[in-house]
Structures are given as C-alpha cells and as structure tokens.
Ligand binder design. Structure first.
Ligand SMILES: [Zn+2]
Length: 133
C-alpha cells in the first residue's frame, strides 16, 4: 500500500469538511474560530450539549466526556471506527478526488482501481509536456 502523506492530507481536508460529513452542528460558535456542540463519538449529551470543542484554525477537537482529542483525520477515523490509514484514504477521495502520497498522488483510474501517479498536484496530470508546442 502506498504511504499517505498525512501533512498534505491535513492541508487538503479541513475539520469543517469532516464535521459536515458527520452532519455535526455546533450549539455555540466563537468568532468563527472555534465552536462547541454534541460529541459525534459518544452517544448522549443531547442536542444542546457543548461537551465537544472544535478549533477551526488549528483543525483540532476535544471531547470533555471521552477525554479524547486530535486532528481532523483522527476525528473521522474515530467516528467511523476505521484505522487512520483507511479513514484518510476515504476522506481524501471523497473531498478532493485523490489521496496525497509520499511519492505523488493516488487516484482511481478508468477501471476503478487506485493507481499511484508520480505528481504532487493532480492538475499537473492534464498539463502538456514541457516541450509541447
Ligand atoms: Zn465524546
């Protein structure tokens, strides 16, 4: 399996993207930088709960009941009960249409299989070769 570039994955997908996929709604928003609401990981808390804290600037979250926090990729993995690798793969494909890897990117080919391309940005795939006139 290709190695995921987690730093680029975190640049590609924000915690807002993850929270919107989880249908999360805040009960309190502070200056658009942080918010609080019910925890998407543990059941309970109810609709008016503010036990779960999110920072949109740092893409950070923390639940005061679960005593767990982390970045946006870890939130998606925890919410779906997936290993971080599988969660990041799914998340990047869903949000960006490709997965950043150490050697380039991973994209689904016409046959539906994932193929690794040695480019850092998928828009390069459509670019003409350097000597093209
Ligand atoms: Zn929780």
């Amino acid at each position: 399996m290709p190695l995921i570039d987690y730093r680029r994955a975190r640049e590609l997908v924000s915690i807002r993207d993850v929270l919107s996929l989880l249908c999360w709604r805040p009960n309190q928003v502070k200056a658009r930088q942080s918010a609080r609401g019910p925890c998407p990981l543990h059941k309970g808390g109810g609709g008016s709960s503010r036990i779960f804290a999110v920072n949109y600037v740092n893409n950070w979250w923390y639940c005061h009941k679960c005593k767990t926090g982390g970045n946006q990729l870890e939130l998606y993995a925890a919410a779906l009960g997936l290993p971080l690798y599988d969660a990041t793969l799914q998340l990047c494909e869903h949000v960006a249409g490709y997965v950043p890897t150490r050697c380039g990117i991973l994209m689904r080919g016409k046959n539906g299989h994932r193929e690794e391309e040695p480019v850092k940005d998928p828009s390069d795939l459509d670019a003409p070769p350097p000597n093209f006139q």
